[in-house]
Design a protein around this ligand. Structure first.
Ligand code: COA
Length: 185
């Protein structure tokens, strides 16, 4: 890991400097580039880069092929698995979280304002709200997550999380609703 972090200094050092200047383009570009590295080498280089470039990132994280991060304001705990082709916005992934493939984890729901119908949404300011996925939660493939997911919760494949999912719940559908609560171990 340390050798990887040293080798990737030309990527993460400018990313950290850019963040201090309010510019995250270099970070996002590096994330896209490293997302294209296949196999075990890809897991290794992404782990090495994110350990240095994010707010906080455990050194055993698995981030799959094709998954990109848009912002460095991300915290990733130990034992976290993120599948392939996902996108992560501002978020906290607590220890032992599992995200399937093709999961879009957005920075909340309001990245653009849309009160003025005569202007483009891109020109209207919005808000970025970090989303937390609680310890050991499992988010299935192809979910869109825009609100917090509680510890130990399960979100079924293809679900759209608009409201927070309670601790230990099994939630499915669009919008995701709670089907049951997992039995205590
Ligand atoms: C949610 C899941 C874990 C099953 O949980 P479960 O508690 O065993 O749920 P059940 O299979 O008993 O189904 C309960 C209900 O939810 C529905 N349901 C289950 N999964 C669903 C899904 N992904 N989307 C919509 N509805 C779903 C079932 O049809 C059933 O509905 P009903 O009560 O009206 O008949 C599973 O269906 C799932 O989506 N797994 C994710 C798989 C995945 O993405 N793997 C990627 C590898 S990380």
């Amino acid at each position: 890991m340390y050798a990887g972090a040293v080798a990737l200094t030309p990527l993460w050092l400018p990313a950290r400097a850019g963040r201090r200047l309010g510019r995250e383009g270099w970070f996002a570009g590096c994330s896209e580039l490293l997302s294209l590295v296949p196999g075990r080498l890809g897991i290794f280089v992404r782990r090495s880069f994110y350990a240095m470039a994010l707010d906080d990132c455990a050194t055993d994280v698995h981030i799959g092929f094709g998954t990109t991060l848009a912002h460095p304001q991300v915290t990733i705990g130990r034992g976290v698995y993120v599948g392939n082709r996902g996108t992560l916005g501002m978020c906290v992934l607590e220890d032992d979280v599992t995200l399937g493939s093709n999961v879009d984890l957005l920075s909340g729901r309001r990245q653009h304002g849309f009160s003025d119908p005569s202007a483009s949404v891109q020109s209207q300011p919005g808000a970025y709200t970090p989303v937390t996925v609680g310890r050991a939660a499992w988010v299935g493939n192809s979910c869109v997550v825009m609100a917090d997911v509680g510890a130990g919760a399960v979100v079924g494949a293809g679900s759209v999380v608009v409201h927070g999912v309670p601790v230990g719940a099994v939630a499915v559908g669009n919008p995701a609703t709670v089907k049951r609560t997992r039995a205590a171990a």
